[in-house]
Design a protein around this ligand. Structure first.
Ligand code: AMP
Length: 281
């Protein structure tokens, strides 16, 4: 596995590789890799002759400087982990390489960016859109892999690809969970064992909403009940819990055969922000 830290070398390497007429898969990450990331890598290595994994903690997508500072960084462990997968290239640029000037443009995603994550993290999706556009321009992957864990991010990336005509297919990989059910996340490294147990309440809340709605309860009522139960838990600070159309992220009041519907939530546990979602239909 090649470890590359600059754009010119990555471009040159890929240029040489592409002469072999191969398919290239890209897995963008922020590192502190876990089973969820490895699942994306596995999908990519199955479907492409060459897989690039990028590791870059993207300052442009953090609206909170403390969150950026505290984001787990474990570069050597990540490289060791990746070298046991079929990953061919790991791209680990520093901030100056990606942003020679921090005076970067902004991307607006309209309605999509004003709800859920977008409402609580101003400019987050602009930062995601910019870094993913940069990676797509540098790597020109045939396929890029993203996790369902960040469902709204998937909607954002699909819009980006459609609206900017990127010649890249987006593949969405299901959320990988711990045995307990807790969605794997790099941020879980900052939780104590008790914190992890407490964080599991979010997943349980999502499942409760799903079973209530599928059992015939009105969406509004199911949300009221689940929010109340979550708000009563000590050390668990619910940010949002919503039932949405999985493609537009707009709130829905009921199920419809035409639309995929999900329940999404975010909360703070031990000052760590956790998010999760599950499909209802
Ligand atoms: P991150 O490093 O958190 O930015 O995540 C990089 C990619 O891995 C994103 O596409 C995430 O949606 C995906 N991902 C993160 N956690 C999981 C998980 N538990 N299961 C599946 N994919 C995940």
């Amino acid at each position: 596995m090649k470890v590359i830290d600059n754009i010119a070398e990555l471009r040159m390497t890929l240029f040489e590789e592409r002469r072999k007429n191969i398919k290239v898969g890209l897995v963008p990450t922020m590192g502190a890799l876990h089973g969820g990331h490895l699942n994306l890598i596995e999908q990519s290595t199955k479907q492409n002759e060459l897989t690039v994994c990028s590791i870059f903690v993207n300052p442009a997508q953090f609206n909170n400087p403390e969150d950026l500072n505290n984001y787990p960084r474990r570069l050597q462990e990540d490289i060791d982990l990746l070298s046991n997968t079929g990953c061919d290239i790991v791209f680990i640029p520093d901030v100056e390489e990606v942003y020679p000037s921090m005076d970067v443009l902004k991307i607006s995603f309209g309605k999509l960016e004003n709800v859920l994550e977008g409402e609580f993290r101003p400019d987050h999706f602009s930062g995601v859109g910019i870094v993913v556009s940069k990676l797509f321009n540098i790597v020109t992957p045939n396929t890029a892999y993203f996790g369902q864990k960040d469902l709204q991010q998937v909607a954002i990336i699909k819009k980006l690809v459609r609206d900017l005509n990127f010649d890249t297919t987006v593949v969405v990989v299901p959320t990988v969970r711990e045995l307990s059910g807790l969605a794997m996340s790099s941020r879980n490294l900052r939780l104590s064992d008790e914190g992890k147990e407490c964080a599991l309440n979010l997943y349980e809340g999502l499942r409760k909403v799903k079973s209530s709605v599928l059992g015939g309860m009105e969406v509004k009522q199911a949300l009221v009940n689940a929010r109340k139960a979550l708000e009563d838990i000590g050390d668990f600070d619910l940010e949002y819990l919503e039932v949405v159309n999985s493609l537009t992220m707009e709130s829905v009041t009921g199920l419809s055969v035409a639309n995929e519907v999900s329940v999404c939530g975010a909360a703070y546990v031990e000052k760590v922000r956790i998010i999760d979602n599950i499909y209802i239909t």
